[in-house]
Design a protein around this ligand. Structure first.
Ligand SMILES: Nc1ncnc2c1ncn2[C@@H]1O[C@H](COP(=O)(O)OP(=O)(O)OP(=O)(O)O)[C@@H](O)[C@H]1O
Length: 606
């Protein structure tokens, strides 16, 4: 579990500026105390009581410089000048030396942490996204960054300087009457230590509520993502009820435990503070009546101690606010600490698209590959498969037989527990993962469309492609006629804020996008499954024209798509059951033959 130190470390790169601005803020808070002190001295001047030695010294120095006699007028002028310096002259400097830096540091740290979060999002292993939905991740990052940004100015610009001001007041009072300062010190230590203890309990509660809130948000995000299913099964009421229960539970924790905890804390603090202020009034009055302190010191001590106690309330509020932020910061920190994928190194370094560090013929060898997502269950077992360069190989088999997993291993999303995958004879684990992956392209069943124009989407993996190259890829993928019918052709905005594309259209867009990168290995992961018959035919023609130009791996349920493959590999329960061409496998009368017959007779479709 992360701790306070981890949070402080966020600001490590700015420690010099941070120390400077916190010191400046604290000094301004302490300098402020000169005003009640000077007013106390003015009272002494007006009531003909002796001034403190340092003040007397300053007045004599002024008298020497100006040749003006030491009298009531000069004393008042010097003290007024002091108040002027502290209040009017400091005004234009304070915001620049304090607030400016506090926010400057917070905003810079925000930029850095947002960047780190994006880097983390980009390099986390795929399984993390299998286990955590987008709403949960986005919520955690957004709350972390928000609290990170707003928390710093509160702590550096207010909490610490205010504490320093209280220390300053203690020192001032100690000079005047140590007994009063002792009472002051004891009361402060008591209040602060009790408050800290209570706050620790509340922080634990905050962390719990943060988890509850994350679960609620995550479900809301799932509802949004899966709204079609919710509507289709008319589960709106059930979803609402479930969320209502979650919200009720949140309210119970927030209201009856957390909020009540804070209210109890404040009640206690306020009562103790008022009691202490009263005690100090009594003690100071006794000291003045006994002639131990002057009238000016009486007023000053009272004013200063009320100032100190009045600081306790904002200090508590700031501590409370930090406690609320703390849980979000801890959870954000934990997110940033999630280990990146084993293969993430080098993914974030820029690669010149035209420079091609690797160029493969596309000869792939799976040698003794065994793999399981968890140690209890093997998904692939001792796979040995040779795919020759420029071959078209189809992976078929029942759902769950491990077809996609084999491709995921090839793409290095996961690493096999045993065996190795060789690309042109080289173990793919020894290659730079980013540069390696850029030589492969995959078209998934669900093609992601980014918000932007069709052209942007097509050029996503190869931004410097020429318009002609884009058109050529579109022609092969049979997406050119779709584009022609769109209102602004290639410049039509698609995605969230634009034209909606049908499943088949998205699929063809995905194929064109993959073709555009001219990969050495092209993978179709059930890419034709959601196409209508006509589109599927068009894609088959496209595949035929690609065949022999690069290694192509096709994962397909519809066997009509794979008829023309050079080699068909039938997977069954994680093992290779049959390998051969369409005709050879039919002759074997094994699994492929059975699947084929079922599809031909229409008993099993897709
Ligand atoms: N991220 C994952 N974590 C744990 N198990 C997984 C994960 N992905 C897949 N599996 C499991 O691995 C097995 C093989 O899945 P895989 O997706 O490779 O099969 P497939 O043959 O491609 O299936 P389909 O044709 O339905 O896509 C299945 O039992 C599946 O439940």
């Amino acid at each position: 579990m992360a701790n306070f130190r981890d949070i402080v470390n966020y600001f490590r790169p700015y420690w010099k500026l941070s120390i400077f601005s916190i010191t400046a803020s604290s000094l301004y808070e302490i300098i402020d105390l000169v005003v009640p002190y000077a007013i106390g001295q003015i009272l002494n001047v007006l009531s003909n009581q002796p001034l403190d030695k340092p003040v007397q010294g300053v007045i004599v120095t002024f008298s020497n410089i100006t040749n003006y006699p030491v009298n009531q007028t000069l004393s008042l002028l010097v003290l007024l000048g002091l108040i002027f310096l502290v209040t009017v002259v400091r005004a234009p400097t304070q915001p620049w030396l304090t607030t400016w830096f506090h926010w400057d540091i917070a905003l810079r740290a925000r930029r850095d942490k947002s960047q780190t979060a994006i880097e983390k999002i980009l390099t986390l292993p795929l399984e993390f996204y299998d286990e955590n939905n987008p709403g949960r991740i986005a919520g955690r990052v957004a709350r972390g960054i928000f609290n990170h940004t707003w928390g710093y100015p509160e702590i550096a610009g207010q909490f610490i300087p205010k504490l320093m001001r209280v220390v300053g007041i203690f020192v001032f009072i100690a000079f005047i009457e140590w007994r009063i300062s002792l009472l002051f010190l004891i009361s402060f230590i008591l209040i602060l230590s009790f408050s800290l203890k209570q706050l620790q309990k509340l922080v634990r509660c905050e962390i719990m509520i943060d988890k509850h809130m994350e679960n609620t948000e995550s479900r809301t995000s799932e509802i949004v993502t899966n709204i079609k299913t919710v509507k289709a099964y008319a589960t709106e009421y059930r979803e609402l009820e479930r969320q209502k229960q979650r919200l009720e539970r949140e309210l119970n924790v927030v209201d009856y435990r957390l909020h009540k905890g804070y209210i109890k804390l404040f009640t206690w603090q306020k009562t103790v503070i008022q009691f202490c202020v009263f005690m100090i009034l009594g003690l100071t009055l006794v000291a003045t009546v006994n002639g131990k302190i002057s009238l000016g010191h009486f007023v000053m001590t009272l004013t200063l101690s009320s100032m100190a106690y009045s600081e306790l309330e904002p200090i508590s509020h700031l501590a409370e606010s930090f406690a609320r932020r703390y849980s979000a910061l801890i959870r954000f920190h934990e997110f940033l600490q999630t280990p990146s994928g084993v293969d993430s190194e080098g993914l974030l370094t820029e690669v010149n698209q035209t420079e091609s560090p690797y160029q493969f013929t596309g000869k792939i060898e799976f040698s003794q590959i065994s793999f399981g997502y968890d140690s209890n269950r093997q998904v692939l077992q001792e796979i040995n498969l040779l795919i020759e360069a420029y071959q078209t190989v189809a992976l078929v088999g029942k759902s769950g037989s491990g077809k996609s997993t084999l491709v995921k291993l090839l793409l290095r999303y996961f690493e096999s527990q045993t065996g190795q995958i060789l690309m042109d004879g080289k173990d793919i684990r020894t290659l730079d993962v980013g540069k390696y992956r850029r030589r492969l392209a995959i078209v998934h069943q669900e093609v992601d469309v980014f918000n932007g124009t069709i052209l942007d989407n097509l050029k996503y993996a190869r931004p410097n492609a020429t318009f002609e190259q884009v058109q050529e890829a579109c022609r092969i993928a049979s997406v050119d006629e779709v584009v022609q019918h769109l209102p602004q052709g290639y410049y039509t905005v698609v995605g969230e804020r634009g034209v909606r594309l049908s499943g088949g259209q998205r699929q063809r867009l995905g194929i064109a996008r993959a073709l555009l990168v001219e990969p050495d290995v092209l993978i179709f992961d059930e890419a034709t499954s959601s196409l209508d018959y006509e589109s599927e035919r068009a894609i088959q023609v496209a595949m035929r024209s690609i065949q022999g130009t690069r290694t192509t791996i096709i994962i397909a349920h519809r066997l009509s798509t794979v008829r023309e493959a050079d080699k068909i590999v039938v997977l069954d329960q994680g093992k290779i059951a049959e390998v051969g061409s369409h005709a050879e496998l039919l002759r074997q009368e094994g699994i492929y033959h059975r699947l084929h017959s079922l599809q031909e007779t229409g008993e099993l479709i897709g």
